[in-house]
Design a protein around this ligand. Sequence first.
Ligand code: ZN
Length: 95
Amino acid sequence: MERNCYCARPAIRKTSWTDLNPGRRYIICDKFWEPGECNFFEFTNPPMCERSRQIIPGLLRRVNRLEHELGEKKSQEWWMWVVVAACLFVMYCMI
Ligand SMILES: [Zn+2]
């Protein structure tokens, strides 16, 4: 369902990831953050129950941390291959 905001632009659908409303969908005007412009903002699904409000932010932080650690491991692997390649190159030059 397409909705228009007060200034007749199509509202943008977004998902909130704040601690208060994790995963809650809302629609907002793309001029919302510009001062003096349209202030259209509306949640499109009901608030989370108390329990999910407590759990989801913690889960999100955990996912973010794991992704961060995974990224670090990947970059370590990348460096390992550079070192291996450099060693092979040095060995090749010494033959
Ligand atoms: Zn608007």
